[in-house]
Design a protein around this ligand. Structure first.
Ligand SMILES: [Zn+2]
Length: 282
C-alpha cells in the first residue's frame, strides 16, 4: 500500500493524502460523538440539568423559633432554651428589615435548587415549630408589622388543645400569607417508628388534614426532634413534600444543596440581637 501510494503520488502527495484521511476520520468521529442525534436530544439535556441542580449551593440561614412571648419569672431552663422574648423577636425582625435581608419562603429555596430561579440578596427563611398559641399572639402581629412571612410547622393532634393554636388561628395566618407546614400528627421520634403504616400516617395524613383546613397544598415538612432516617425521607418524598427541615440546638449550617432538600439545616433562633446577628453572618 505504502509503495503503491509513493509510486502514484510521490512522497509529498502521500503525506497530503494521509493528512486528508486523518482529517476525514476526525470529522466522522466529531459527527458521531459530539453532535446530539435527533432522537437522543432529551437524553443529552437531562444529565446536564441534573448536574446543574447538584452543583447549586444556596446560602440561606433558616431560623427556627419555638416560643415567642414575654419572659415570666417561673420560666425554667428548658423554656428559656426555646424562648425568644417578644421584644427581642421585634428587634430581630426590625434588624432583618433594615439591613438588606430578604425573608423568603421555602418555595423560593426549592425553586432555586430545582430550576435555578435566582434568590434575592441576603435571603433568610423564618420558621416556627410546634404550633404554640403564643406564636399567633406575639410573633404573627410582629411579622405583619414588618411585612415578613414565615412558615409555621404544626403537628395536627395539638391544634385546638391548651396553649396551642386553634384551626381558626392557623387559617387566619395562612390567609394572611403565612405558610403552614407539617410537623407530623403526634410529634413522635419518626426514626423510632417501626410500623410502616404508622410512619406513613404521621407524614401523609398530617399533610392532608392541614390541607383540608387551610385549602392550600402543604409542601414542607419538619421532623419532630430532628429525628429522621432513610425510611422517613422516602415517605416524605412519596407523600409529595418538596422539602423537609431538620432541627438541632447545635446547628449553625446555612448552606443547602440538592442532596439535603429533605434534611435542611436550621439555626435555633437566639434570644439576643447580637447573637442573632452573629448567627446570620457565620
Ligand atoms: Zn417540634
Amino acid at each position: 500500500m505504502r509503495l503503491l501510494l509513493e509510486k502514484q503520488f510521490g512522497p509529498i502527495g502521500r503525506k497530503i493524502l494521509i493528512f486528508s484521511i486523518v482529517c476525514l476520520a476526525a470529522l466522522v468521529v466529531f459527527i458521531v460523538f459530539a453532535l446530539p442525534a435527533h432522537g437522543s436530544s432529551q437524553r443529552s439535556v437531562k444529565p446536564s440539568m441534573e448536574s446543574q441542580q447538584e452543583s447549586r449551593i444556596a446560602r440561606v440561614p433558616i431560623l427556627s423559633y419555638h416560643l415567642v412571648r414575654p419572659s415570666y419569672p417561673r420560666d425554667d431552663w428548658l423554656i428559656k432554651e426555646y424562648l425568644v422574648t417578644s421584644d427581642v423577636f421585634d428587634e430581630e425582625m426590625n434588624y432583618l428589615s433594615s439591613n438588606g435581608y430578604h425573608v423568603i419562603p421555602f418555595s423560593a429555596l426549592e425553586a432555586y435548587i430545582d430550576e435555578g430561579t435566582p434568590l434575592p440578596p441576603k435571603p433568610v427563611i423564618i420558621s416556627f415549630d410546634d404550633g404554640w398559641e403564643n406564636q399567633f399572639a406575639y410573633a404573627f402581629p410582629i411579622l405583619q408589622k414588618y411585612r415578613l412571612t414565615a412558615t409555621f410547622f404544626i403537628y395536627t393532634n395539638a391544634i385546638d388543645s391548651t396553649n396551642h393554636l386553634t384551626w381558626g388561628q392557623v387559617k387566619t395566618m395562612s390567609d394572611a400569607g403565612m405558610v403552614i407546614g407539617s410537623h407530623s400528627l403526634s410529634h413522635p421520634f419518626l426514626a423510632k417508628i417501626a410500623d410502616a403504616t404508622d410512619l406513613w400516617r404521621e407524614i401523609a395524613d398530617s399533610k392532608k388534614i392541614i390541607e383540608e383546613h387551610i385549602g392550600k397544598t402543604v409542601n414542607e415538612f419538619a421532623y419532630p426532634y430532628g429525628s429522621y432516617n432513610q425510611a422517613t425521607i422516602a415517605d416524605v418524598e412519596k407523600a409529595g413534600y418538596k422539602s423537609a427541615r431538620k432541627f438541632s440546638i447545635f446547628s449553625t449550617s446555612v448552606f443547602h444543596s440538592k442532596g439535603d432538600m429533605y434534611a435542611l439545616s436550621a439555626i435555633p433562633a437566639p434570644n439576643s440581637l447580637p447573637d442573632f446577628e452573629r448567627a446570620l453572618d457565620q
